[in-house]
Design a protein around this ligand. Structure first.
Ligand SMILES: Cc1cc2nc3c(=O)[nH]c(=O)nc-3n(C[C@H](O)[C@H](O)[C@H](O)COP(=O)(O)OP(=O)(O)OC[C@H]3O[C@@H](n4cnc5c(N)ncnc54)[C@H](O)[C@@H]3O)c2cc1C
Length: 598
């Protein structure tokens, strides 16, 4: 693909979304970067639903490292325009409860909308398009990339590593990042895989389908369920005792070009051990048939690719960083697709890894201690998501228990997202990338607000209540009462939200402009002392400015399409190539050349 260069500062094994974003960031800052991908692009990948902490984190990545193409993944509008109209929109997380043999009850659902424009909405990534786009971006910044190049081994010496590929020979690099996902090579080679130390024990059966009906056409009418956002325009979770099913449509907006929908059933391994000799497809349809409303949604659905059935979904590595190497999160550990945490943790890790690697290359100092932050915070987040997910599976016993427990997650998400937004707002004012350092200082480290003692206490005490219920020590009623009491005592719930009212099943309301302003005003002027000053300190101006820009961009893009169509009806010649953005690469230097050393 490129000249036969063999010596690099950083080698990245795996050209998925994580490896390619890291490659683009490093090359943008002059790091001689090698990217080796075992397959080619486009290729199927799982991990399709974003969450606000993913998309806010992508915005931070793009601005901090000056790679604007990453920001094209941060809102559905930009994704559709710049990357692929095969991606879906995610305007909400919807959770619908099911009992075997019964149609769903209108009042047994909850919803958490994602942010409206300009900061949202979230997306359903059609990963083969998104990953191919990011791969091309990485190459355009100067990454030396080889596809169909499987790395089989890495040998570490005192001052470098040698990567051995299946059929493209060896490469040398000062540092190796394994972005190889669940089948990553380094954890195997270094003997790091361990029995996952997690409470969550689940397995998954998934595929892509056509003709999955919008759940709005089979659900009780809106007047009865009362949710503010259509079920079909978000990630739909069908919950039942011991499991849940994701429905992630790519065909759910008017500008879409896809007819596909991603679906996957997740089952508690102890409640549903993997049956011997039952094909994945047959088991999938057995579960669909148990729940009449789900069966109606799927009555015309057909898969377009083979069903994948996993053993235990959780995996784990003993270490995240070592001498001259580190693992991206999905090469290290995984919990469960519930709450779509995979990409959020990946983006968090890239934010922390990017500047460490750039500095390490400039100073020619790859001391493992520089990277310890990643070890701690990657593992910390996996422990958090294990608690969140395992308690959710427990709460699937009963709708009211879920209705209480999921409110804790809406609060942790609010503070996690706001931490990232705080940094983006400061950057907007100062244009100084140093402001992003705050994300590695208390109380903003990690995701989901876990670094804030009040958030942490609320979460851990609520978790303990759910575990007491699981162990038969507490009744369901006592557990639910305790969670509402903890939410009340925490002072973290915005007064403009209905978090403390069990009847309000979309307690966060919606994130359109006016409700957003109300949260900001509450945070700035009426929130308790431990919130005020640390969160919601600003952002109204930034949101206003970005709203105007988003509106202008959509208008310009629509007008350009109309103009070009009319023009092409009359003329053959044009100068469209002059409208293409200039190629970007490492500032001031040809791609692949070394950065200045300190
Ligand atoms: C069932 C399931 C559902 C999920 N759903 C979600 C979701 O809804 N939302 C979410 O945020 N996350 C989800 N995740 C997690 C998500 O898939 C990951 O966080 C994400 O894909 C990580 O991206 P990555 O680039 O690090 O790894 P990957 O996307 O796995 O890419 C790894 C790449 O490395 C290549 N590779 C591997 N080994 C080698 C080698 N030795 N040499 C060369 N190349 C190699 C592979 O070919 C591949 O292209 C889900 C995960 C699972 C298992």
């Amino acid at each position: 693909m490129q000249e036969d260069q063999r010596d690099f500062d950083v080698a990245i094994v795996g050209g998925g979304i994580g490896g390619t974003m890291l490659g683009a960031i490093l090359a943008r800052h002059g790091v001689r970067t090698l990217l080796l991908e075992g397959s080619g692009h486009p290729r199927f990948a799982i991990g399709e639903s974003t969450v606000p902490e993913t998309t806010f984190g992508l915005r931070v990545l793009a601005r901090r490292y000056d790679v604007p193409e990453i920001e094209h993944l941060a809102t559905h509008g930009a994704l559709r325009r710049h990357v692929s109209s095969n991606c879906g929109v995610k305007r909400n997380f919807s959770f619908v409860y099911h009992r075997e043999g019964e149609p769903t009850r209108a009042e047994e659902c909850t919803q958490y909308p994602t942010w409206g424009p300009p900061l949202g909405p979230d997306s359903h990534f059609f990963r083969q398009d998104v990953d191919a786009y990011m791969f091309h971006v990485a190459v355009s910044y100067g990454v030396t990339a080889h596809t169909h190049t499987m790395v089989e081994d890495v040998k570490f010496e005192e001052d470098h590593a040698t990567l051995v590929t299946r059929d493209k020979g060896s490469f040398r690099a000062s540092y190796v990042v394994d972005a190889g996902g669940m089948r990553a090579m380094l954890p195997e080679r270094l003997g790091l895989r361990q029995e996952p130390p997690y409470r969550t024990r689940s397995r998954t059966i998934f595929t892509h389908m056509v003709d999955v009906r919008p759940f709005d056409t089979v659900a009780p009418p809106r007047e009865q369920h009362g949710m503010p956002s259509p079920f079909s325009q978000g990630t739909l979770h069908h919950m039942f005792q011991g499991g849940w099913l994701w429905v992630i449509p790519f065909d759910n907006h008017t500008a879409g070009t896809s007819g596909l929908c991603s679906v996957g059933i997740n089952l508690d391994l102890d409640a549903y051990p993997r049956p011997e000799g039952v094909p994945a497809e047959e088991e999938f349809w057995q579960h669909i048939g148990r729940f009449p409303s789900v069966a109606r949604q799927f009555e015309r659905a057909r898969s377009v690719r083979p069903y994948v059935s996993t053993d235990r979904t959780q995996f784990s590595s003993q270490q995240v960083v070592g001498d001259r190497w580190c693992l991206l999160p999905h090469a290290s550990d995984f919990i469960d697709p519930l709450f779509s945490s995979g990409l959020a943790v990946t983006v968090m890790s890239l934010n922390a890894l990017g500047h460490r690697l750039i500095d390490a290359v400039r100073q020619d100092d790859f001391d493992t201690a520089r990277f310890q932050y990643l070890e701690h915070w990657t593992k910390r987040m996996f422990r958090f998501y294990d608690d969140l997910v395992s308690c959710s599976y427990i709460s699937f016993d009963d709708f009211d228990l879920w209705n209480a427990w999921n409110r804790v997650w809406t609060i942790t998400t609010l503070y996690g997202t706001n931490a990232q937004n705080q940094a983006a707002v400061t950057f907007e004012k100062t244009h100084d990338a140093a402001c992003f350092d705050a994300l590695e200082l208390p109380p903003y480290r990690g995701l989901q607000g876990v670094d804030n003692p009040w958030v942490e206490r609320l979460f851990e005490q609520s978790r303990d209540a759910v575990l007491a219920y699981r162990d038969g020590e507490w009744t369901k009623e006592r557990t639910i009462d305790r969670i509402y009491e903890l939410l009340r005592q925490s002072g973290l719930c915005p007064q403009v939200w209905g978090t403390l009212d069990p009847q309000d099943r979309c307690p966060a309301g919606v994130f359109t402009l006016w409700p957003l302003m109300r949260i900001l005003l509450w945070g700035k002027f009426r929130s308790p002392r431990h919130v005020r000053g640390s969160y919601f300190t600003g952002g109204a101006r930034m949101v206003g400015k970005e709203a105007a820009q988003t509106y202008a961009t959509e208008l310009r893009s629509g007008a350009t399409q109309v103009h070009q169509t009319l023009r092409d009806m009359w003329f053959n010649w044009n100068r469209d190539w002059t409208r293409r953005p200039a190629p970007r690469s490492a500032a001031g230097r040809p791609p692949g050349t070394a950065p200045a050393r300190d």
